[in-house]
Design a protein around this ligand. Structure first.
Ligand SMILES: *Cc1c(COP(=O)(O)O)cnc(C)c1O
Length: 479
C-alpha cells in the first residue's frame, strides 16, 4: 500500500489531458503524430508514478514532465541500435552483437540489400533455385559433412532437430549437460518445446556408458550430447565420449528397422571450423564431431565461426533432407542478408590463413599478446597526446582477454591493456560518460577505480582516435 505522502504525490500528478495542453507539448504535436505524443506523455507520467511508488521524490510539475516528453521525442531521432567501440577484451560479446563481420561479408550484405538477388533463383537453369545452395557446398567441404542446412540460430537448430527426430520419443542426455546458456537457452525447456521426452542419465559430475545403456529402450530415438559452453566442471568428473555413444547406437541399430534407428546428435554450441587452439586451449571442430560419429551436429555461426547470426546443422543427406522439408525450415529460415554474410565468411575459410587474417573474431581469438601490444600502445599514445598530465596516469599492463559466447570459458587469453587511473574525475563517472552520453559509446573494463582498455577488440585507427576523443570530452566537461 502506498503511504499517505505517496498517495498525495500521486494525486497531484498532472493528467494526460492537462499535459497535452502544455505549450511545449503542443509544439511537439505540430511536428509529430498526435498518438505518438500522447503515448510519450503517458510514458512520462508513468515513469514519475513508478518513481513515487519506489519511494523517490521526483519533480512532478507539468513543466518537468513536459521536459521529459521533449527528451523522449529527441531520443526518437537517434538510432537505438548503433555501433559501439568494444575495448573490453571480450571477443564474442553477446550484448554487443557477438561477431564483427569480415569486410567481404559486409560487402556481400550491402550488395544483396541494395538490389534484387539470386536468393531463390538459379541463373544457369533460369528457374527457381534454393536459398540453401549458396552455402551448402562450402559447409560440406569445410566440415566433411554430406549435407547442411542453415537456420535462424543454433537454438532454432536444436529445436528443429529434436522436433523432427525425437518428438513423441525419448532423447537420452547426461545430467552433466543439462545446461542453461546465456540469454535463456535451457536444454530441458527446448526439449519440452519440441515434444521430445527427456531421459536424464548419470549425475551432475559423472556419467558412464552404462548409464545410457540402462535407459535405452524401444522408445529411444536419440542420444544427445550438448556442449557445456560457459559451464565447466573440474575435478572428479567423467562424461561419455561421442565415439562411445556412436558405438552404443550402432549396437542397438543393428537390431532395429532402418526407419527406427537411434540417432546420435551433438549440439556443439560454438562451432569452430578451424583449430583455434593456442596455449593449450582447444575447441572440438565440427569436422572432429562428425568424424567421431555424430549423425547430426549443430552450431552457431556468430560465435567462434565469426559470421552472421545463424545456426547450421550438418550431417548425412537423408537427415538433412528431412529437416529441409520440415515446416520449421520455412518458419526459421535465414534471410538474404544473413545468407550473403554466411557465404562470404565461409569462402574465407577455404584458405585457413585468410580466415585467420580477415575474419575479425578468428583474428582476435588467435592473436598473440605481442601482436596486440602495438595496438594497445597506440591507444596509450593517443590518450597521452589528447589528455593533460593532470588528468590521468596511464600504464601499459599485461592482462587477459576472454573469448566470450560460451566458448573456451576457462581460457585466459594473454593480452595488453592500458590502465587509466584518474587524477581528476572518477573511473565511474568517466565510464558513465563513455557509455551513456555519446553517440558512439566506448565499452571498457572498470575495476579498482581504474578503466582498462584492451587493444585486442579495438578494430582500427579510427576507433583508437575515437577513444582518445571520448576521454578528452569527458575531461573537458569536468572544467
Ligand atoms: C550458444 C549455444 C546455443 C545457442 O546458440 P544461438 O546461436 O545463440 O541460438 C545452443 N547450444 C549451445 C551448446 C551453445 O553454446
Amino acid at each position: 500500500m502506498p503511504t499517505t505522502t505517496q498517495q498525495d504525490a500521486l494525486r497531484s500528478l498532472p493528467q494526460v489531458e492537462e499535459l497535452l495542453r502544455h505549450e511545449a507539448v503542443q509544439a511537439l504535436i505540430n511536428v509529430l503524430p498526435r498518438e505518438l505524443v500522447v503515448d510519450m506523455v503517458r510514458d512520462s507520467i508513468d515513469a514519475v508514478r513508478h518513481s513515487i511508488l519506489d519511494g523517490g521524490e521526483p519533480d512532478s510539475s507539468a513543466d518537468s514532465l513536459a521536459i521529459d516528453v521533449l527528451r523522449r521525442a529527441l531520443l526518437l531521432e537517434k538510432p537505438s541500435l548503433k555501433r559501439v567501440i568494444n575495448a573490453s577484451g571480450v571477443i564474442i560479446h553477446t550484448n554487443l552483437g557477438r561477431s564483427v563481420l569480415a569486410e567481404p561479408a559486409v560487402a556481400a550484405v550491402t550488395q544483396v540489400a541494395r538490389g534484387y538477388s539470386t536468393l531463390e533463383y538459379d541463373c544457369s537453369t533460369m528457374a527457381r533455385g534454393s536459398r540453401h545452395d549458396h552455402y551448402e557446398r562450402m559447409i560440406c567441404t569445410l566440415t566433411g559433412a554430406e549435407a547442411a542446412l542453415a537456420v535462424n540460430n543454433n537454438a532454432a537448430a536444436v529445436m528443429m532437430v529434436l522436433s523432427e527426430f525425437a518428438a513423441g520419443h525419448e532423447a537420452i542426455i547426461s545430467r552433466g549437460e543439462l545446461v542453461e546458456i546465456g540469454g535463456s537457452f535451457r536444454v530441458p525447456d527446448i526439449m519440452a518445446l519440441s515434444n521430445a521426452k527427456m531421459v536424464e542419465v548419470g549425475t551432475t559430475n559423472k556419467t558412464h556408458l552404462f548409464d545410457y545403456e540402462n535407459m535405452l529402450s524401444e522408445q529411444t530415438a536419440m542420444l544427445l550430447k550438448v556442449h557445456p559452453s560457459n559451464f565447466r566442471m573440474t575435478g572428479f568428473t567423467e562424461s561419455v565420449s561421442l565415439k562411445d555413444l556412436r558405438r552404443l547406437a550402432d549396437e542397438v541399430n543393428g537390431k532395429r528397422e532402418p526407419s527406427n534407428k537411434v540417432l546420435v546428435y551433438e549440439d556443439l554450441g560454438s562451432g569452430a571450423l578451424t583449430d583455434i587452439a593456442s596455449d593449450g586451449m582447444h575447441e572440438k571442430t565440427v569436422r572432429e564431431a562428425l568424424a567421431e560419429g555424430a549423425d547430426l551436429v549443430s552450431f552457431s555461426c556468430d560465435k567462434l565461426l565469426g559470421g552472421p547470426q545463424a545456426g547450421i546443422i550438418v550431417g548425412n543427406s537423408y537427415f538433412i533432407d528431412r529437416l529441409k522439408k520440415s515446416p520449421y525450415a520455412r518458419v526459421l529460415r535465414l534471410d538474404k542478408m544473413s545468407i550473403a554474410a554466411l557465404e562470404a565468411t565461409l569462402r574465407l575459410y577455404l584458405d585457413d590463413a585468410q580466415a585467420r587474417k580477415f575474419i575479425p573474431t578468428v583474428r582476435m581469438l588467435t592473436e598473440k599478446a605481442e601482436e596486440v601490444l602495438p595496438r594497445t600502445q597506440a591507444i596509450m599514445d593517443a590518450l597521452k597526446s589528447a589528455l593533460d598530465e593532470g588528468d590521468v596516469e596511464l600504464e601499459l599492463e599485461k592482462d587477459t582477454s576472454r573469448a566470450g559466447g560460451g566458448a573456451l570459458p576457462m581460457c585466459d587469453i594473454p593480452t595488453y591493456v592500458v590502465r587509466v587511473a584518474f587524477k581528476r574525475g572518477t573511473a565511474q563517472s568517466c565510464e558513465r560518460y563513455l557509455v551513456s552520453e555519446r553517440d558512439l559509446p566506448v565499452i571498457a573494463r572498470i575495476s579498482s577505480e581504474c578503466i582498462r582498455l584492451d587493444g585486442r577488440t579495438v578494430l582500427d585507427e579510427d576507433e583508437i582516435e575515437e577513444i582518445a576523443k571520448a576521454f578528452k570530452e569527458y575531461f573537458d566537461r569536468l572544467d
